[in-house]
Unconditional design. Structure first.
Length: 232
């Protein structure tokens, strides 16, 4: 009998630093290449996705088999808590304590499941940790063309780039899964942080994990290996 694979869904929320670690001049330099409001908004978004100009606001782990998990979120001095059903621990702290707790928890899992993990989530976590002097406990970017250790659903749903890439929200709507943030859309993380709504950032990270877990279930059942056994 094949041994069951322990797997975990991973999602993050990030926020642009103000001013960025590189300094205001570097921020102005990055935005100077943009022409018009739309391009400047896109440049600002890219800054939120880069570990040199952004920080980790929340990181969530969800076990898709048991429904249990943890969310670490930035809120120095906040009190630990849990979701109403008690299955998800909510752990506040500094960015350094978020990353330390995350690496300790993710190390034992044999497979991680992400959406856009290879191009954003995992590089961000590894580089942001290094910038803070925290050594990653495992390599989150193993061999790309096998989902056995890291199943990036954006890779899988585009057949490794053979088709157009869409957002997580677009795939959720296409497959009938409630998107993170609901039909109203994702709130702006910087606005939540600026108004002290840190718990909502944690909840959004958890909603993303839940959406990715549902999408993973559909992929595993319908697309993981057409005509054969599930790939591992």
């Amino acid at each position: 009998m094949r041994e069951k694979i322990s797997e975990v869904v991973l999602a993050v929320e990030t926020i642009a630093t103000t001013p960025p670690p590189a300094g205001v001049r570097e921020r102005e330099f990055l935005l100077s290449w943009s022409h018009g409001d739309d391009e400047r908004q896109e440049s600002a978004l890219r800054m939120r996705l880069a570990p040199l100009t952004a920080r980790l606001a929340a990181v969530a782990l969800l076990n898709p088999r048991t429904g249990g998990g943890r969310v670490w979120y930035e809120h120095p001095g906040g009190a630990p808590g849990a979701t109403p059903d008690g299955r998800i621990a909510l752990i506040p702290g500094t960015e350094a304590t978020l990353l330390t707790g995350f690496w300790r928890a993710v190390a034992p899992f044999r497979r991680i499941i992400t959406f856009n993990g290879r191009f954003f989530v995992c590089p961000f976590l590894m580089l942001r940790s290094a910038l803070l002097g925290i050594p990653p406990a495992r390599n989150l970017l193993p061999y790309r063309f096998s989902p056995s250790e890291h199943c990036d659903l954006l890779d899988q749903l585009t057949f490794y780039g053979a088709t157009r890439r869409f957002s997580l929200e677009a795939y959720c709507r296409g497959f009938g899964i409630p998107p993170p943030g609901g039909e109203a859309g994702r709130p702006e993380i910087s606005s939540l942080a600026a108004t002290g709504r840190y718990r909502e950032i944690a909840e959004l990270a958890l909603e993303t994990c839940s959406a990715v877990a549902e999408l993973y279930s559909l992929w595993a059942r319908l697309l993981s290996s057409p005509g054969g056994a599930e790939r591992t």
